[in-house]
Design a protein around this ligand. Structure first.
Ligand code: FCB
Length: 489
């Protein structure tokens, strides 16, 4: 924890402007369940989670939070909390089973009901087109290292925008393409679990191309005048060793500029190409690709959880191999395997991620400096802790003081960034509900609402009440928050 006199602790009462949007976020495979209903076909996460040893306890998203069947009551819960915006993702294999051909009306109808339900309740719909559930058939055809996948994505985007483009406020093309490329095809910790450095870099480019093509489809087809964005998980790299500046440069090139370069500047930086020359010659970048990728954006989505501390190493660092995720044998850092990820100073969340709110402030200020004129939105921030339910006279409660503390420190950091002139438009807490945390299955709870996976009962945690209070008062609340009414479900 920060010292009592650090800026982090002087946060009560900090005020957010009325137009600063505060809400929460989820993703399709993590909450929906109904994996085999409504015409949905398997995604790479269905296949991966069924592969022995890939997820904690063999957990899958088959049922998850059963959100698909509990849409109305979950929408009511969002309204009770007072959410101003809800960021959700659309499952490609629900909307376009198999990843090619016509749209599936049943799949689109589900998202149409979701969007209408949000609008009816005065909640802004922020839709992400891709939060990692690639149709399995497209992986069978080569996945993201295969150029055609980018064009398939543009087609899927067109189907979706044709159906929902009159009502969605903000479209986000991709969520964290770093994870899709480097964890999916480099380390193998995420689906589809491949460990091929060159394929990971080809995936980087084809995800970038998919983004650019989809932005063009959104602008061509959306009837309303939506905001268009992408969400990236930036690496905030630190380190005070004499080799840390070089390690930081490499991490920044691979993790951050591999995406912001083409998307926001229309180029891959020379140092990125040089660092990875032993892995690939980047011949997959074809004439016209960079122009296609470099599309104007209305807002940049920023996901932030923690920092990394790095230096160079004279061997292949074991920590570079797994980056805090499960070590599946490959490296998420093709071309930068010699970057060593050092143990971090605590405190830590249940993920083992260090709690560093000043890293969020630093990141926002840095992005604002690099891309002046581009508004920013925190599209994910939150923390996993092992919560407990207590039964008091007023009913069940989840006193998740650590999550409240995490959130208040990060809201305070966002407030400091605003005070320093950053054009930050809003803040979406990850996550609305406890859910399927990828390789960690259901063992990690990120929700501001607890989900009992046996009964599917939802219980608003103290952090949910705290966020609700913040939204209503526009000020960072006192720690002792009044309760919000949780609708019986
Ligand atoms: C992000 C993902 C999100 C969730 C959080 C904890 O990387 O976008 O789905 O798993 O981490």
């Amino acid at each position: 924890m920060s010292a009592p006199d650090s800026p982090d602790s002087r946060d009560t009462g900090l005020e957010f402007a009325p137009d600063f949007v505060i809400g929460s976020a989820t993703a399709s495979y993590q909450i929906e369940g109904a994996a085999h209903e409504g015409g949905r076909t398997p995604s790479i996460w269905d296949t991966f989670s069924r592969t022995p040893g890939k997820t904690w306890n063999g957990d899958t998203g088959d049922v998850a939070d059963d959100h698909y069947h509990r849409l109305e009551s979950d929408l009511d819960l969002m309204a009770d909390l007072g959410l101003e915006a809800y960021r959700f993702s659309i499952a490609w294999p629900r909307v376009q089973p198999g990843g090619s051909g016509p749209a599936n009306a049943t799949g689109l109808a589900f998202y149409s009901r979701l969007v209408d339900g949000l609008l009816d309740r005065g909640i802004r719909p922020i839709a992400t087109l891709y939060h990692w559930d690639l149709p399995q058939e497209l992986e069978d055809a080569g996945g993201w290292p295969n150029r055609d996948t980018a064009f398939r994505f543009a087609e899927y985007a067109a189907h979706t925008v044709e159906a929902l483009g009159d009502r969605v406020h903000t479209w986000t093309t991709l969520n964290e393409p770093w994870c899709s490329a480097y964890l999916g095809y480099g380390s193998g910790a995420h689906a589809p679990g491949r460990t091929e450095g060159a394929a990971a870099l080809a995936a980087v480019h084809h995800l970038n191309l998919a983004h650019g093509l989809a932005v063009q489809e959104i602008r061509r087809l959306a009837v309303a005048d939506p905001d268009v964005s992408v969400t990236l998980n930036f690496h905030v790299a630190r380190g005070d060793h004499e080799t840390s500046p070089e390690a930081r440069r490499r991490v920044d090139a691979l993790a951050n500029r591999a995406f912001t370069g083409p998307m926001l500047r229309g180029t891959y930086d020379g140092d990125l190409i040089g660092d990875t020359a032993g892995v690939t010659d980047w011949a997959f970048v074809r004439d016209g690709d960079l122009a296609a990728i470099h599309q104007p954006l209305d807002v940049l989505g920023v996901n932030y959880y923690s920092t990394v501390t790095v230096r160079m190493w004279d061997g292949v660092s074991p920590r570079a191999r797994n980056d805090g995720h499960k070590d599946m044998g490959g490296s998420p850092w093709p071309g930068s395997e010699h970057v060593e990820f050092l143990p971090q100073a605590g405190p830590f969340t249940d993920m083992g991620w260090n709690i560093a709110p000043d890293g969020l402030e630093e990141l926002l200020v840095s992005l604002h400096g690099q891309f002046p004129g581009l508004p920013l939105m925190i599209t994910e921030n939150g923390a996993a802790f092992p919560d407990e339910v207590v039964h008091a006279s007023g009913g069940a409660r989840v006193p998740d003081a650590e999550r409240v503390d995490y959130l208040r420190r990060h809201f305070a950091a966002a407030h400091r960034a605003l005070a320093r002139g950053v054009d930050l438009r809003g803040y979406l807490v990850w996550s609305l509900l406890d859910n399927f945390e990828w390789g960690y299955g259901y063992s990690k709870r990120f929700g501001i609402v607890r989900v009992d996976y046996d009964t599917q009962v939802r219980t608003v945690k103290d952090s949910g009440r705290w966020l609700s209070q913040l939204i209503r008062s526009r000020r960072i609340p006192e720690l002792d928050v009044p309760s919000v009414r949780a609708r019986p479900l």
